[in-house]
Design a protein around this ligand. Structure first.
Ligand code: SAM
Length: 240
């Protein structure tokens, strides 16, 4: 794992609140049933995004019921879980001013990004109201409104076109057309999977590359960190 000047994850172990230091926590790895379900949902989203509305409700309910205790069960703020994302953002060559974290869950990765890019404004979006509730607790009162969380569906993001310099997602199905829509030309996308191919919500790299390309986004790097894998893409500057 390369340790760059910006890799705050490795200077201090993520936290309960966004200014506390990261603590590695023991966590429960996903079982085979969860991995299979997650991969099936990710495949549906990648191949047949029109079918997402049919499964949106049960997915939302699942994550609503999982929100409490998510951080301690999954170790969402641990350096192990954030390693792939941390490694990927080192590949983003310009400091982004506006960042969107899709499927932010309880906000651990969002908070990491806020530390990594201290001048950026960061938005976390998640379909689960209970997850957003947990995420907001991490930030508390942020007078500068640098980090904000809101409920929203990645298939219809509640943000304008070309509004972000960097779009990230950690352990989320990939909604290609919406990522491309909200990314400004020349902006970057980071797609990270904490457990590589054993991540329930993960999409094969070759498929991500192909689909991103169709949406005007070129893959600029891929790699692994810890058990995780990541891919970075850049929206072509002339793309609309
Ligand atoms: C496996 S969790 C990952 C959470 C967080 N990124 C992490 O790594 O800890 C997946 C998250 O994506 C959210 N999610 C699933 N489908 C979504 C969608 N269509 N739009 C927005 N969020 C979604 C879930 O509610 C859940 O919080």
């Amino acid at each position: 794992m390369p340790v760059g000047a910006r890799a705050t994850l490795f200077r201090a172990p993520v936290a309960r609140s966004w200014h506390d230091p990261v603590v590695a926590e023991p966590h429960t790895p996903p079982n085979r049933r969860v991995i299979l379900a997650g991969k099936t949902i990710s495949a549906i989203v990648a191949h047949a995004p029109w079918a997402w509305p049919l499964i949106r409700r049960p997915v939302t309910r699942f994550f609503d019921s999982a929100a409490q205790g998510w951080d301690s069960r999954t170790g969402s703020a641990s350096s192990e879980r954030l390693a792939a994302l941390a490694s990927a953002v080192l590949e983003v060559d310009r400091s982004p001013e506006r960042i969107l974290d899709i499927g932010c869950g309880t906000g651990s990765a969002t908070v990491f990004l806020a530390r990594e890019f201290p001048r950026a404004r960061i938005r976390g979006v998640d379909i689960s109201p209970a997850m957003i509730h947990e995420a907001r607790k991490k930030v508390g009162l942020d007078p500068e409104a640098r980090i904000a969380f809101r409920e929203g569906d990645a298939s219809q993001l509640p943000f304008p076109d070309a509004g972000f310099d960097l779009v990230t997602q950690n352990n989320m199905p990939v909604f290609f057309s919406e990522i491309s829509r909200v990314l400004r030309p020349g902006g970057y996308v980071v797609i990270a999977s904490s457990l590589g191919r054993r991540t329930p919500f993960s999409t094969p790299e070759s498929l991500i590359r192909r689909k991103l390309r169709r949406h005007g986004i070129v893959t600029t790097g891929t790699g692994g960190a810890g058990a995780g894998t990541w891919l970075v893409g850049r929206k072509e500057p002339q793309a609309r």
